[in-house]
Design a protein around this ligand. Structure first.
Ligand code: BJ8
Length: 425
């Protein structure tokens, strides 16, 4: 961070406050991650990335911007990053997982909305997220009520575009969705001031498909083997979190290198958890960095998290874009829409596919239990939890429902509930 002080201040970062926040984040990472025993050697890259998360990576993004490549900040996996990457730019998730900025956000936003939104908004007010400060624009979407309205306020502080994501998946909704993707591409062209070709967009799709493949590979290695967990859930979560920040090409290569090592570990029966450790799947809302509270509680209680079903996890990488035989831009927008409309976010009604998927995932992974995790005041995931838990109960799958925010206060209570749950399964 020291090295990039000038850059940070030139993009409007409050350097002093930022350094304090980063100090806290790095200390939390060191204590919670680097102290884990028997980590895969390939985690060294991700440790390095963490140390450069608001420094070298920010310099890379700003070097792209200097060449008129787009830098787009997002809060949702509906934003088609393939198009940004195809234009040679960077598409990244914005900070929204930390507690300290929330008090600032509450000077403009109501207290009783989701902490993800408040945290992200607070980061903008404080100028302490170098990603937000680097973004040409923030791309919002119309998923939940709180986000949809927040864009109108956030627009006063930073350029914001909003993508209209329908809440149903009927023919007419999908048609509109496809148009939104085309419009997104036009906004990217406004930044670059040049036409983005079909070939460039296809190249972007190939890069992101490869990234998703690497993450699917990690998901399989981490969670599909009933006796060997070659990597902790915490480390795997961290990698998912970084998938929204790192350069996709380098990230893919590093995840594949890690997977090669995990392959070896499975062959040699090297597990980071003792035999018969309960294997838990986590469902629900996104777990943005540095929100490591749930994983810390679960893995500190003698269980292992083998999968996150949420958007920082499986929902993000489960589907690729099929570009087989695509000849025109309109065909590509249709394929992108087909892929993006497979996302089973709770903002859709109905969303039964998600419940069926969860039951199947549980069976495939031979898991021992499920934790349904919802951020406080996230109505869609909270309401949907009833439908999901009902379906899990029918299948005899043990499930614990946890609603939490980013404050450290309930960490002890969560741990107690997790311990009681683990004893019961
Ligand atoms: S596709 S889950 S990333 S909308 S902000 S809905 S937690 S109240 S983030 Fe999401 Fe896209 Fe859906 Fe995924 Fe709830 Fe908070 Fe809203 Fe949230």
């Amino acid at each position: 961070v020291e090295l990039h002080k000038d850059l940070l201040s030139s993009i409007g970062v409050d350097v002093e406050r930022h350094a304090k926040m980063m100090g806290m984040g790095l200390a939390g990472y060191q204590a919670g991650f680097m102290s884990q025993p028997n980590r895969p050697k390939a985690m060294a890259y991700f440790d390095w990335f963490m140390s450069e998360i608001q420094a070298e990576r920010i310099a890379e993004i700003n070097a792209l911007k200097a060449q008129k490549k787009p830098a787009v900040g997002t809060f949702c996996i509906f934003v088609p990053e393939e198009i940004v990457v195809g234009a040679g730019g960077a598409c990244f998730g914005l900070c929204g997982g930390a507690n300290p900025p929330i008090a600032d956000a509450e000077t403009e936003l109501p207290r009783n909305i989701c902490p993800l939104i408040k945290s992200a908004y607070g980061f903008k007010l404080q100028h302490t997220c170098a990603y937000t400060q680097s973004a040409d624009f923030i791309y919002g979407e119309t998923t939940c009520e709180a986000k949809k309205k927040t864009w109108e306020l956030l627009g006063k502080h930073h350029p914001v575009h909003v993508m209209n994501i329908p809440h149903m998946k009927r023919e007419k909704d999908l048609k509109m969705w496809q148009e939104e993707i085309k419009e997104f591409k036009e906004h990217i062209e406004e930044v670059t001031e040049k036409k983005l070709s079909l070939q460039e967009m296809l190249n972007g799709v190939k890069l992101i498909n490869a990234k998703r493949d690497a993450m699917k590979r990690l998901d399989t290695l981490r969670g599909m083997h009933p006796d060997i967990m070659p990597i902790s859930g915490k480390d795997a979560l961290f990698i998912s979190q970084m998938s929204f920040l790192d350069d996709p090409k380098r990230f893919t290569q590093k995840v594949n290198e890690l997977c090669d090592e995990l392959d070896e570990r499975i062959k040699e029966k090297v597990s980071v958890f003792p035999e018969n450790t309960p294997r838990i799947m986590v469902l629900g809302t996104p777990i943005a960095p540095p929100n490591w509270k749930l994983h810390t509680a679960v893995e500190g209680s003698g269980a292992c998290i083998i999968n996150e079903e949420g958007c920082i996890g499986h929902r993000y990488f489960k589907d690729n874009v099929d570009i087989e035989g695509v000849q025109s831009e309109d065909e590509l927008y249709a394929r992108l829409m087909q892929r993006y409309s497979k996302i089973d976010c709770a903002c859709f009604t109905p969303n039964t596919g998600r419940t069926d998927k969860i039951v199947q995932m549980y069976k495939d992974r031979k898991a021992d239990g499920v934790i349904y995790y919802t951020l406080s005041f996230c109505h869609t995931y909270n309401v949907e939890s009833h439908l999901v838990t009902e379906a899990l109960a029918k299948e005899g799958i043990p499930c614990l429902v946890i609603e939490s925010d980013y404050s450290p206060e309930d960490a002890g209570q969560i741990k107690t509930r997790v311990e009681a749950f683990l004893e019961s399964i």
